[in-house]
Write a protein that binds this ligand. Structure first.
Ligand code: AMP
Length: 456
């Protein structure tokens, strides 16, 4: 049965927020998480990016705080996220959904002035959205963070947090939280090897919900693959795609900060309006870039994985992997930036000969069928699939040759004993009988040159 927002008996203020946001029906993750979270259960949730998981943990928390104001409490909910961008994203969604409530939230992340954050903490917002490193700095510095009253602790994108080396920080923070809280953990995959080290101390008797298994394909995305050669060739292909593909907003992923900058320069030199986002930039600059992109003032963003994690921008119709990602999960994170909440998206991955195996591995892992893509006039020298065919033919030819050799050897082997027998018989036949052999007194002597048979 499909649950509707009306069935969830959310307070009126939140319904108005949902209408304002244009949410009509809860997404699958919201359908499963919200009722259980409202009952106070601890949850371990596997939900892919773009599934609507943010509202799935925000709405029950907001419902509880609207229905039960508790002004005397210190922080009531803590949402831990891996990156600054995701923290801002969660905060923005809170502000939108909660625009008719009087609830407040604060953001505590690295890259921003601590003094400003201390001022935020002094206002005692109900909800804190934080990255683990900076929150811990405040906790250890005695800066107004009080988690003893905490009612709800959320770990969002827990697998990313582990990948980024936050396990110890997260465990320390968990140790400082009210032990009688509710805890919710969201992760793209529940198979991450470090997860068990966190779920034990975090969750009590949790219910496990696997909503969008990480391997499931995003239904609204066309996954395309474009064969490429050296970096300069990729740049020309990228330029062509940006000039010819239809999109409101395009997101280009490169694997290094240097590459994002070089690409930005190249595209600007060719008359494109682009933004660059990477981890080396000051937080204020990152916010400025995201604002411009979000508002659609500049339509193309070139980013590294880290900078783009958690990025939720409406209208991203095109994702280009200039360099293929390193893993299948990373591929899902990148391409999940398009095709969000029912919009259609196209993801194009440029692959050179050195990257082919990696991309093939990703396709196998995600059970993804890439559609081959070509650009007339910009074809690559590398012809992956054709070469694979060639490989197959060569392998077949090698197999046939090997089989033929084996057959011939077997034939020779089969014939050899016959020859010997015949030879031996021949030797016997050819030997001229001696008087002794004829009389049956002595065996026939070997025909050695130094010992010729007698009688010859
Ligand atoms: P998330 O997975 O939380 O990052 O959400 C992905 C996108 O889906 C965000 O842009 C949300 O605003 C949007 N979204 C979340 N829930 C709904 C819903 N029930 N209906 C429509 N859009 C939604």
């Amino acid at each position: 049965m499909t649950i509707q927002f009306a069935d969830l008996l959310l307070p009126d203020e939140l319904h108005r927020g949902l209408v304002k946001e244009g949410y009509e029906t809860p997404t699958p993750v919201q359908q499963q998480v919200i009722p259980l979270a409202m009952e106070g259960a601890d949850l371990l949730v596997s939900a892919a990016t773009g599934s609507g998981k943010t509202a799935a943990f925000l709405l029950p928390m907001m419902q509880r705080f609207v229905d039960n104001r508790s002004r005397a409490s210190a922080t009531r909910a803590l949402i831990l996220v891996p990156t600054r961008e995701l923290a801002r994203q969660v905060y923005i969604q809170f502000m939108r959904l909660g625009s008719f409530t009087r609830l407040t939230a604060g953001v505590i992340t690295g890259g921003e002035a601590k003094s400003h954050q201390i001022a935020t903490l002094r206002k005692n917002p109900e909800i804190l959205v934080a990255t683990p490193g900076r929150l811990l700095e405040h906790l250890e510095g005695g800066d107004e963070v009080e988690l003893g009253d905490l009612e709800i602790l959320v770990l969002d994108e827990a697998d990313r947090m582990l990948d980024m080396g936050f396990a110890d920080d997260v465990l320390t923070i968990i140790g400082r939280c009210n032990p009688n809280r509710q805890s919710l953990l969201f992760s793209a995959t529940l198979h991450h090897k470090g997860l068990a080290g966190i779920t034990g101390p975090l969750l009590r008797d949790p219910q496990t919900l696997v909503i969008n298994p990480v391997r499931e394909q995003h239904p609204d995305i066309d996954h395309q693959i474009l064969l490429s050669d050296e970096p300069e060739h990729k740049e020309l292909q990228l330029l062509w795609l940006l000039e010819h593909e239809p999109f409101d907003k395009a997101l280009v992923f490169a694997n290094t900060r240097e590459r994002t900058v070089a690409l930005g320069n190249f595209l600007i030199g060719r008359g494109q309006r682009v933004l660059v986002l990477n981890g080396e930039m000051e937080q204020r600059e990152r916010n400025r870039v995201m604002g411009l992109y979000h508002r659609g003032e500049v339509p193309i963003l070139i980013a590294t994985d880290l900078a783009a994690r958690g990025l939720d921008v409406p209208g991203v119709g095109l994702v280009i992997n200039l360099d293929p990602p390193r893993t299948g999960d990373e591929y899902l994170h990148r391409t999940g930036r398009t095709g969000r909440a029912g919009e259609h998206g196209v993801a194009i991955t440029l692959v050179n000969s050195l990257e082919w195996n990696r991309v093939e591995g990703i396709a196998r892992y995600l059970r993804l069928e890439f559609q081959p893509r070509t650009i007339k006039g910009l074809e690559s020298r590398f012809q992956g699939p054709t070469r694979r065919k060639g490989h197959a033919k060569a392998a077949q030819a090698a197999r046939s040759e090997k089989a033929a050799k084996a057959q011939a050897a077997a034939k020779r082997e089969a014939e050899r004993p016959k020859d010997r027998v015949r030879d031996r018989k021949d030797v016997g036949k050819r030997r001229k009988p001696t008087a002794a052999t004829q009389a049956g007194l002595a065996p026939p002597k070997r025909s050695k040159p130094d010992n010729p048979p007698r009688g010859t």
